[in-house]
Ligand binder design. Structure first.
Ligand code: TAP
Length: 454
């Protein structure tokens, strides 16, 4: 299949040409992965743990290189990209402890005993979006490998460079041939083939809800295991008793990080009516102070959008006459730039209020009381993330329990940690990644009854 060109989103210039994988080549990769399974699942737990730690060390030694690739090929800021490469290292290290702790159970039953085993599911297809090419790869890869599964990753067509490099590092670290392969190419070709191929036993998909629905339908045909991490329209809820200065100062980072191309972006800010005007006064300098520019500079906080087409999509949410309260800045000239933008007041049926924008656009609206805040926060088909700002601990817990979403932060703008489960309610997904239970998604539980009768 023909090659495709990776563009630098900050300059619109070509960075690399990458050959696209065909459906036939995808089949060959699946055959290699299936052939690698028996030996990989048989590697002694301690040895698999050591290999994962060596893989983590190889990533650690390549952090600056990986980060530079992500700046050039995805427009991430250099400080974010270093963190993202470090996150791959940390996740591999975290799950390196898992092979030696894949415990089954002994269950008392009449006439004998029953023991359970955690068996690898088999070949895993990992379909990754363009917004966080490294962490999202790592979140599936670490636990899947730890559980004894071979992995075939399909990076997004726009951002294949870091995944390809991480596959080289895996080989250098001693991960056997065929255990981790990266197939750059089109979702409709490579991704679809991974979904359709009967020897792929599990799909881990992160991306849009629309494509996730197609993947789920495809997996249903073979009762294939599937984890879906999909879109979001999360609420940042600010009560009148909150530390307003802190809430306003951190709100831009809750939505404009990675130029808003973040499934967890708190793209709706709900503010209690009595402090709405004061909050907006505090928010304005915070938004105007976001450092937007050359993603290669250490001081830059926000880079460009991923592509010209995506910028058009984002801009369509802010048509002429849109209620722009204030904006930050963005460089002129080449590159796919879009300034941080705050909309208020926004009608409840405005697309900017109801749909995932996946760009640096946030809508702010007032609420009256706790019940109103919860109803507004839940008035969306999504349920991925969110924040609550209040000094009242009881309220924080009550509201956190009432908001239908998978990952919440209280008095903080971030809720993602690799030690804790991550995933969505409602149309934001199916299943959980990360945390201590992540291997459940990559293993089958088998029970074996052993008779003790004479
Ligand atoms: P999608 O268009 O859904 O693409 C995601 C991945 O799926 C890409 O690798 C894509 O390949 C592939 N794909 C496309 N069509 C496919 C098909 N028919 N069969 C198999 N694979 C297919 O999403 P995106 O635009 O890259 O990412 C943005 C969306 O992802 C947003 O909605 C965002 O919220 C969501 N997201 C969610 C999370 C979590 S953790 N919940 C994290 C990040 C992003 P191509 O590159 O060829 O299109």
């Amino acid at each position: 299949m023909s090659a495709f060109t990776v563009l630098n989103p900050a300059t619109a210039e070509p960075v690399a040409s990458v050959p696209g994988t065909s459906a036939g080549e995808t089949d060959e990769a699946v055959t290699r992965a299936a052939a690698a399974l028996p030996a990989w699942r048989a590697v002694a737990p301690g040895d698999r743990a050591r290999l994962l730690r060596r893989f983590a060390a190889a990533v650690d030694g390549d952090i600056d290189h990986l980060a530079t690739l992500e700046v050039q090929g995805a427009g991430h800021t250099i400080s974010n990209a270093r963190w993202e490469a470090g996150n791959v290292r940390d996740v591999l290290n975290y799950y390196s402890a898992a092979p030696e702790r894949l415990f089954g159970r002994q269950i008392p039953v009449p006439g004998g005993l029953d023991v359970t085993f955690k068996e690898p599911v088999g070949v895993v297809g990992l379909i990754v979006p363009w917004n966080f090419p490294m962490p999202i790869l790592g979140w599936g890869l670490g636990p899947a490998l730890a559980a004894g599964n071979p992995v075939i990753a399909k990076p997004a067509e726009l951002t294949p460079l870091t995944a390809l490099r991480i596959a080289e590092l895996a080989l250098e670290a001693g991960i056997p041939e065929g255990v981790f392969q990266v197939l750059p190419g089109k979702g409709s070709v490579v991704g679809q083939r991974l979904v359709d191929h009967p020897a792929v036993r599990k799909i881990v998909f992160t991306g849009s809800t629309e494509v996730g629905q197609q993947i789920m339908t495809g997996c249903a045909r073979q009762v294939k295991r599937v984890t879906l991490e999909l879109g979001g329209k999360s609420a940042n809820v600010i009560f009148a008793d909150a530390d307003l200065e802190k809430a306003a100062a951190s709100a831009p980072y809750g939505v404009f990080d990675n130029a808003g191309q973040d499934c967890c972006a708190r793209s709706r800010i709900l503010v209690q009516r009595s402090v709405f005007d004061r909050f907006m006064e505090l928010l304005e300098p915070a938004v105007k102070g976001v450092a937007v520019g050359d993603p290669g500079q250490d001081s830059t906080e926000m880079g460009p959008l991923i592509s010209a087409a995506h910028r058009e999509r984002v801009a369509a949410y802010v048509p002429g006459g849109a209620p722009v309260a204030f904006r930050g800045s963005a460089p002129e000239g080449p590159g796919f730039w879009y300034p941080p933008t705050v909309l208020a007041p926004v009608a409840r049926d405005d697309r900017a209020w109801t749909e995932e924008i996946f760009g640096p656009v946030v809508a702010v609206a007032p609420f009256d009381d706790e019940a109103d805040a919860i109803a507004l926060a839940n008035d969306t088909p999504y349920g991925l993330s969110g924040s609550i700002w209040t000094r009242d601990v009881g309220r924080a817990i009550r509201v956190a329990r009432a908001v239908e979403t998978g990952n919440l932060s209280v008095n903080s703008h971030s809720s993602v940690r690799y030690w804790t489960p991550f995933g969505g309610f409602k149309q934001s997904g199916l299943g959980r990644e990360l945390g201590p239970d992540a291997l459940d998604a990559f293993t089958e539980t088998k029970n074996v009854f052993i008779s003790t009768e004479n």
